[in-house]
Design a protein around this ligand. Structure first.
Ligand code: 2AM
Ligand code: CA
Ligand code: CA
Ligand code: CA
Length: 281
């Protein structure tokens, strides 16, 4: 079934095995009081487990595809500028793996069981494989471009709500909240009265996987990086949903303000964010 192969080796199989191995290891480390360091701010944390997971993922990918490029969160200096620059330098590479070794580090640190491993493979800037693994529920979300999206091997599809008033919408407050918080508050204030309810669970990649699986009608978050979004964006698209930036422009790897929905509520949610001045900061 997997289509994208080199020398008989499936990209997707490597992505799946790598995410599963890293995720199982992370779960073993949960509650083990990994040593904690601050990155850019007191809200921006990294643990030895983030770094260990990224090293494991890099080594596994390199074993199979030594000539591919790898962009991973913990391999880049903290801050949006360094992240954008690293992406810019690598985004035109033939094969680029985009890795978030733990998406939801704050949750991991607190033992709140909502975090994931996110691995995407881009071919000349276009995502062709996306895998998000939730070790707490042992749920693996997989998509290949043009081949659909799957959770635990079963096809998944976005939800059917057509009205915002029937929609369950997630958002996120990235650790860079000093800059993003005013827009976050404006967004929540405008969206909350129009939807069934809002969730803020702390892993952008897993929120996107939940949109793909039909468990959320939509998700938006501003101030993210390529590794938070790349795999999840393909999941949503291949599950029949829509992914743009918060201004409604097409998704690319450079998008930092993301809007992903079941498609039906996309326009209304985008307009609501735009009218509230909540599409960025
Ligand atoms: P992380 O856990 O991999 O850091 C939560 O709202 C989302 O924001 C998570 O996906 C989280 O990813 C991300 N995030 C955390 N700190 C961030 C920062 N300083 N800048 C941008 N995004 C961040
Ligand atoms: Ca982080
Ligand atoms: Ca992340
Ligand atoms: Ca991370």
């Amino acid at each position: 079934k997997p289509i994208f192969t080199v020398g008989g080796k499936s990209f997707t199989a490597v992505a799946i095995n790598t995410a599963a191995k890293a995720g199982e290891w992370i779960k073993l480390k949960l509650g083990a009081h990994a040593s904690l360091t601050q990155k850019s701010t007191p809200h921006d944390l990294v643990t030895e487990v983030d770094k260990g997971s990224e090293t494991m993922i890099r080594n596994l990918i390199k074993t199979h595809f030594p000539h591919h490029s790898i962009l991973g969160e913990e391999g880049v200096a903290p801050g949006a500028d360094a992240s954008a620059k690293a992406l810019q330098e690598m985004q035109d590479d033939e094969y680029l793996w985009i890795v978030d070794p733990i998406d939801g580090t704050t949750n991991f640190v607190h033992g709140f069981p909502f975090f994931s491993v996110s691995i995407a493979l881009a071919h000349r800037g276009e995502v062709i494989v996306g895998v998000v693994y939730d070790p707490n529920r042992d749920e693996l979300f997989v998509a290949e471009k043009g081949k659909g999206a799957y959770v635990k091997g079963k096809p998944m599809h976005v939800s059917g709500e057509v009205k915002l008033s029937d929609a369950l919408i997630a958002t996120g407050f990235p650790a860079d909240s000093r800059h993003a918080l005013p827009a976050n508050m404006k967004g929540v204030q405008a969206v909350a009265p129009k939807v069934r309810n809002i969730r803020v669970a702390g892993s952008a990649a897993l929120h996107l996987a939940y949109v793909a699986a039909g468990r959320l009608s939509g998700f938006w978050e501003i101030g993210l990086n390529s590794w938070d979004i790349a795999a999840g964006a393909l999941l949503v698209r291949e599950a029949g949903g829509q992914v743009t930036d918060t201004a409604g422009q097409p998704y690319t790897l450079a998008v930092r303000h993301v809007l992903a929905t079941n498609g039906a509520v996309h326009g209304e949610l985008q307009t609501t964010l735009a009218e509230a001045g909540a599409t960025g900061f």
